[in-house]
Design a protein around this ligand. Sequence first.
Ligand SMILES: O=C(O)CCC(=O)C(=O)O
Ligand SMILES: [Fe+2]
Length: 346
Amino acid sequence: MHDLQANTRNLDRHDQAARRLDFSEIPQVDIAGLRGGDPAAAAAVGAALAEAMETVGFVYVTGHGMPGSQLDATFEAMARYFERPEAEKAGLDIHKLARHRGYVPFEGLHADPHEGGADLQEAFELGLELPADDPDYLAGNMMYGPNVWPERPAEFRPVLSSYLDGVHAIGRLLFHGIALGLGLPKDWFDDKIGKPMIQLRAIHYPQQPPREVDGRHIGIGAHSDYECFTILAASQPGLQVRNRRGEWIDAPPLPGAFIINIGDCMERWTNGRLVSTVHRVINRSGAERYSLAFFFGADYEATIECLPTCQGPDNPPKYPPVKAGDWTTSNIKAAYTYRASEDARR
Ligand SMILES: O=C(O)CCC(=O)C(=O)O
Ligand SMILES: [Fe+2]
């Protein structure tokens, strides 16, 4: 476990100096070719995705099929939820639930352990919607089980659950594209994402004064994501992505596009071929900022072991195999206060 932990908090990525992250803007890829039945079109999308994910680790994706009106309605429902009284939101506090669902209050997340304070945000966590008699849930697995839902606003549940289904489907398409881009059969990942550890974080970053970053006024501190990849939508600018020169490149929302970024698990799975890039959020927009970060993790029981097309005689596997569930839970422990307090109670 100790080694795993050391590998997961990879903020001091000196190794990145030798990598390819020499970008000044985020590339764009239209993934419509993954949705039709044309294998050549799908292969072209896969190649373009892989190129972006090998060099930058972040990519704007269009042609995904989700209407803009759905995204607007989702941000609207989030805004109505986060303005509810603190005491009401506290009813579903993740610290009480002690599993990965519910309301994460201010002070609940600390993504960059090198920086002073907690991140300036509140959030709501959703995952794969499973029945109350799910055996993993009954066995106490913190990643699986039914979602919890606030009663107010009434539209929160239908709107967020429809968004979750939408990005989950887009994520499954992206796995096809990534497989093709890596020279694997399109369905390579399908049996490793049968009961995936998907996480949707609906996040609210309050307005903050346009002052210098002092480590205490940052929406989410510098970090890389730990799952396979993230599908991100944001209502305002504020996201910044770090290139190898240490410059922060702005990644504002583009109409009709999701931002996709590779996470540490996929970097590991691909032996470092796809890169998990450090990023942060500072909300200097002068407005409330809402974002939806959907993290696609593999099945709890899946083994993350160097892919066959990402190794060779001159490129042996760099990382030992790891169970996806161990990977995710150790990362959650490092970043969320609710897991730290959970451990302290034991
Ligand atoms: O809100 C955003 O734009 C990014 C959030 C993020 O990086 C995360 O939650 O991991
Ligand atoms: Fe992130």
